[in-house]
Design a protein around this ligand. Structure first.
Ligand code: XMP
Length: 516
């Protein structure tokens, strides 16, 4: 792999993704990892990320110079660039001219790294210190007002670096810098393609499970679907999927799992119709946290029962079910500080709450993948686009989008309104511009309206379109008025109980994305 050494900036994951976009496999490691341990991973190259410290501050994480003696190509970015310069005998100092944001850069000598790039360009900077003198053996390639040495390389030793951030989109030629380093300076062949990801994952699953049997819970979302499809491709009929239909999915989603997913993959699927059970458990409940707890608890119970049946079925044929498939993604692994082996159980729709007498080994085929890679794997495996491109949807489903008690009738009303909103957003080509658009039914609110010649006394729904990078923060999406108008007209015309459509124009914070 290419190792991305994380110096504590928020950029390490982004760098790792960009490296993979250059079709080279990457992994993130903490800067505290000893050099021998990094080298033991047989890295094809090492990228030192940016970080918040100043290289000459007390206790600043440095780079062990041994890293540069191993013959492994190294690329430094921002802080990593300065740490590299310092470790190899260059000088780093405060310039007095900090640069933040878009900054003009002049390429003075393209070298291998900046070959083919415009002499004058804008790059994204974020630094107070700068490299003043490059270490011996390095050629200076570029400069900016605040960074006398803004890029350098040592071709013989295959070491290079830049003061700016090539991984952010604001650096127009950034991806090309990374690709020049990886493909040309380091000489790595770009083989991390979807076909190879699928082949390697399938081989790894086969090796891990042998002839063992597996069970997998499907939620309707992309992660569990792709995880299951990969396992299905690897070991076919050793897998049984369980789909708990709790009745809180959106229109058509249960069918997507039960019909389209099965048709695309051929998995053996056990469907549990638990709609009545969930409605009974939710009867009379209006408190959001209580709803979430009830839905989570019921889900685990129903899944547990289904898993026991799968185990019993296998037992009747003299077999055991040893493995549980989970759709854990690489960011979850990195964020939980886990390298190898650290089992990370996602909240809510997982089965971390299973009792001790029902324990499985985890199989997590997506542990190495970012979300966008999971989607592309899903496409490669031929899964339905509705599943592969599904926007984030909360585990408790529509249960937390009905403000007030959840009833079958209210679920039907919300499902219709939500389906109209989704359809119009898709028709307008906005699906990939917005992060998600919850539709929320204010079930206990009524307002007066007029329709035809008559007075109505119906409910409002709220549209909550948001744009976001990671759901931690979000802004309300400025949807075109004509799209909003079409959604509003159609919902009030087609869903009898709704006579008003309102738009939520709150960012997060202070509002959360969901209303409950
Ligand atoms: P909030 O409402 O906290 O939502 O701003 C942030 C993101 O998380 C989703 N969400 C959930 N996802 N289980 C999930 O798997 C949950 O219980 C849950 N609650 C909220 C929400 O849709 C948004 O994308």
């Amino acid at each position: 792999p290419v190792l991305v050494v994380d110096y504590g900036a928020q950029y390490a994951q982004l760098i790792a993704r960009r490296v993979r976009e250059a079709r080279v496999y990457s992994e993130i490691v903490p800067h505290s990892m000893p050099v021998e341990q990094m080298l033991a991973k047989k890295p094809a190259a090492i990228v030192l990320s940016g970080g918040p410290s100043s290289v000459y501050a007390e206790g600043a994480p440095g780079v062990d110079p041994a890293l540069f003696d191993a013959g492994v190509p190294v690329f430094g970015i921002c802080y990593g660039f300065q740490a590299m310069a310092q470790a190899l005998g260059g000088t780093v100092a405060r310039t007095g001219l900090s640069e933040f944001g878009g900054t003009p850069l002049r390429v003075t000598s393209a070298g291998d790294l900046l070959a083919g790039q415009p002499e004058e360009q804008t790059v994204w900077m974020s630094h107070g210190d700068a490299v003043h003198e490059a270490p011996a053996g390095f050629e200076v390639l570029a400069t900016s007002a605040g960074a006398p040495v803004a890029a350098f390389e040592d071709r013989a030793r295959r070491l290079a670096g830049v003061q700016y951030h090539p991984e952010v989109v604001h650096t127009a030629h950034g991806q090309s810098v990374l690709e020049r380093f990886l493909h040309d300076v380091a000489g790595i062949r770009p083989t991390w393609t979807m076909v190879n990801i699928v082949d390697e994952t399938v081989a790894a699953i086969r090796e891990k499970v042998g002839s063992g049997r597996l069970v997998c819970g499907l939620s309707g979302g992309v992660d569990s679907a792709v995880a299951a499809a990969l396992v299905q491709r690897a070991v076919g009929d050793q897998l049984t999927c369980v789909f708990v239909d709790h009745g809180l999915l959106r229109k058509g989603e249960a069918e997507q799992v039960e019909r389209d997913f099965v048709a695309a993959t051929g998995v053996s699927l056990k469907v549990v119709d638990a709609q009545k059970r969930f409605l009974d458990a939710l009867a009379g409940v209006t408190d959001p946290e209580e709803k979430r707890k009830i839905i989570g608890r019921e889900f685990i119970r129903v899944f547990e029962q289904a898993a026991r049946e799968v185990v019993a079925d296998a037992g009747a044929h003299g077999e055991t079910v040893e493995f549980l498939v989970q759709g854990t993604l690489y960011p979850d692994v990195v964020e939980s500080g886990g390298g190898e082996g650290a089992a990370n159980i996602k909240s809510h729709h997982n089965v971390g709450g299973l009792p001790d007498d029902l324990q499985f080994q985890l199989v997590e085929p997506l542990r190495a993948l970012f979300k966008d890679e999971v989607r592309r794997v899903g496409e490669e495996l031929g899964l339905p686009a509705e599943i592969v491109w599904r926007q984030p949807f909360p585990g408790p489903g529509l249960g937390i989008r009905i403000i007030g008690e959840v009833t079958a009738e209210r679920l039907d009303i919300l499902r219709e309104a939500d389906a109209i909103a989704r359809e119009e957003l898709t028709l307008a080509g906005l699906d990939r511009d917005i992060w998600q658009c919850p539709v929320v039914l204010l079930a206990d609110v009524r307002s007066v309206g007029v329709q035809g010649d008559g007075r109505t006394y119906g409910h409002p729904v709220v549209l909550r379109p948001v744009s976001s990078e990671d759901a931690m923060t979000a802004d309300w999406s400025r949807l075109p008025y004509d799209v909003l108008a079409r959604i509003s007209t159609r919902i009030t015309n087609e869903v009898r109980e709704i006579n008003r459509v309102v738009l939520d124009v709150t960012s997060k914070p202070p509002g959360t994305i969901e209303w409950e």
